[in-house]
Ligand binder design. Structure first.
Ligand code: SAM
Length: 277
């Protein structure tokens, strides 16, 4: 960016970002804005943040807004992230919810990034089904959503390089669930992919069209939002759960002060939530 960001430009930009996707930049994140947007601005030959803000509001600005949101979201993720939630699925929730089922188990990964979280759930479902024949016989359906088109494209492609697999994927599972495409690229096998459906969704929008879920993972995204938005989203996640459905947040996130609709359950050093009722 050729010019320093003025306080007014910074305010306009942060207001846009919070309105569009809930992300609160806070004060003094000029460096973050600059570093995340530099490439886009160079590519589009946009000389300053004020020019960028101007173009976002002009005709054709919509596609620019999408690219800005893509650039500003933090998409950090890994396989079997924090491990506990997946142990809890395998050891507690799948056994409980596989009893007397007349329909598939429905799970929502509500900010799925490049797919590691929903595909990890699918691997756990696969392994649970193999170890417990006849259980979860109606299957597991996983809906995975994110606001970023770029990460959703990566997730749908289901092809990962050695470096991203090194982040949480054991050698044994890598060989079992991925096909070596050469050139350090590995393609996830169909049996794991086919349980997961990806769609674009901004968590600020309505979830009504998604239907109801038995389990929701909404991890490592609420931290970017204001307390009000967080409260609103938690209320709407609760309404997207079936009675006594389960909610998982990130390991540094909690419902404390945000919801009395859930019971908190502690297990193996982790915390998760069950809808009351
Ligand atoms: C840090 S990643 C977390 C990925 C995964 N849940 C995990 O814990 O590993 C946060 C994700 O939230 C997405 N995100 C940010 N704001 C969002 C919004 N308003 N609606 C939906 N997704 C959003 C980002 O695009 C990003 O992929």
């Amino acid at each position: 960016m050729s010019k320093a960001i003025s306080p007014e430009e910074y305010r306009l930009f942060s207001d846009f970002l919070e309105d569009a996707c809930g992300i609160v930049l806070g004060e003094n994140k000029h460096y973050l804005v600059t570093s995340r947007l530099q490439r886009l601005m160079d590519e589009l030959n946009i000389p300053s943040l004020s020019e960028l803000v101007k173009r976002m509001g002009s005709a054709g600005g919509k596609s620019l807004q999408v690219r800005i949101i893509d650039a500003m979201t933090t998409n950090e993720t890994l396989w079997f992230r924090d491990s506990h939630p997946f142990d809890i699925l395998r050891n507690d929730i799948f056994p409980e919810l596989s009893r007397e089922r007349s329909r598939p188990l429905k799970i929502w990964s509500a900010a799925c990034s490049s797919g590691q979280e929903p595909y990890t759930m699918s691997m756990v479902a696969q392994e649970y089904g193999m170890a417990n024949p006849g259980k979860l016989a109606r299957g597991v359906e996983i809906l995975a959503t994110d606001i970023s088109k770029t990460v959703l494209e990566q997730a749908r492609a289901a092809t990962y390089d050695n470096m991203s697999l090194a982040r949480g994927m054991s050698e044994e599972r890598k060989l079992r669930y991925f096909r070596d495409l050469g050139n350090r690229q590995w393609e996830l096998r169909k049996e794991i992919r086919e349980r997961v459906r990806f769609t674009e969704l901004n968590l600020m929008q309505s979830y009504l069209s998604l239907g109801k879920f038995d389990i929701i993972f909404c991890r490592n995204v609420l931290i970017y939002f204001s307390a009000d938005l967080k409260r609103d989203i938690i209320g709407r996640l609760a309404r997207a759960l079936n009675p006594r459905g389960y909610l998982f947040l990130g390991s540094s996130e909690s419902l404390a002060g945000h919801s009395d609709m859930f019971d908190m359950i502690r297990s193996g050093g982790a915390v998760y939530y069950r809808l009351k009722g």
